[in-house]
Design a binder for this molecule. Structure first.
Ligand code: NI
Ligand code: MN
Length: 226
């Protein structure tokens, strides 16, 4: 698997000859090196329904024909927009051409605000495990720290973990460092920081807090080969 980071929570995985784009928030994301109109993934995986995660999903999926994989409520909402989407839910796993995906719990929200100010429920927010050829990538989505991260790692030893460190909406660096201890990933990469003023952080400071030595700041566009 080749895994690259593209600012905020955007992660791209190349696996089994397929491209998987996670949380493609590109338009309006000043940190990303990607252009939405240049993306032609085979699959788009969404952790939850917030705008800074769904991002350009509808435009990219319409143009490229990518299959969107998301929790049931969000997937059905996207199907209604004319997008091909596969509904799953937390605890469920399934094989696709890129490998296996499993949705895990996250403590967060997932409402999508409508033009009239009301919110549409997009189901539970989630994290995802993506597994292929004995390697496992964990993208935590937006979440608080929770102790069952230990259980996730016990069931699925993690090679590469992406953890939000921005604080305010998600874990901050201190809690994310505890999450890294719980997860015991071989490599732990901070995400979801610096995009907006309330989530400004020093990722090097986070890395220095990770006691198991797995912390690593990925620059935008950097690739890790597992
Ligand atoms: Ni969110
Ligand atoms: Mn977010």
């Amino acid at each position: 698997m080749k895994v690259s980071y593209h600012g905020h929570s955007v992660v791209k995985i190349r696996s089994n000859g397929k491209t998987v784009l996670i949380d493609p928030f590109i338009t309006g994301n000043d940190l990303t090196d990607l252009r939405a109109d240049e993306q032609s993934p085979d699959f788009i995986v969404l952790t939850h329904g917030h705008g800074d995660h769904v991002g350009d999903t509808v435009d990219i999926a319409r143009r490229s024909g990518a299959l969107v994989i998301a929790v049931n409520e969000l997937a059905l909402y996207l199907q209604h927009q004319g997008i091909e989407a596969h509904p799953m839910h937390i605890g469920g796993s399934r094989e696709f051409e890129f490998g296996k995906i499993k949705f895990t719990q996250a403590f967060h929200g997932s409402g999508l605000q409508q033009a009239d100010g009301t919110f549409l429920y997009m189901g539970m927010p989630a994290g995802v495990l993506i597994m292929n050829e004995g390697k496992t990538v964990y993208h935590a989505g937006d979440t608080a720290l929770f102790s069952d991260m230990k259980l996730i790692a016990e069931r699925h030893p993690i090679d590469l973990a992406f953890l939000p460190i921005g604080d305010n909406f998600t874990m901050g660096p201190e809690d994310a460092a505890v999450a890294a201890e719980f997860l015991q990933a071989k490599i732990t990469v901070p995400i979801h920081y610096d995009t907006f003023p309330p989530i400004r952080q020093n990722p090097a400071d986070f890395v220095s807090r990770v006691q198991n030595g797995s912390g690593r700041v990925m620059t935008v566009g950097e690739v890790i080969e597992l």
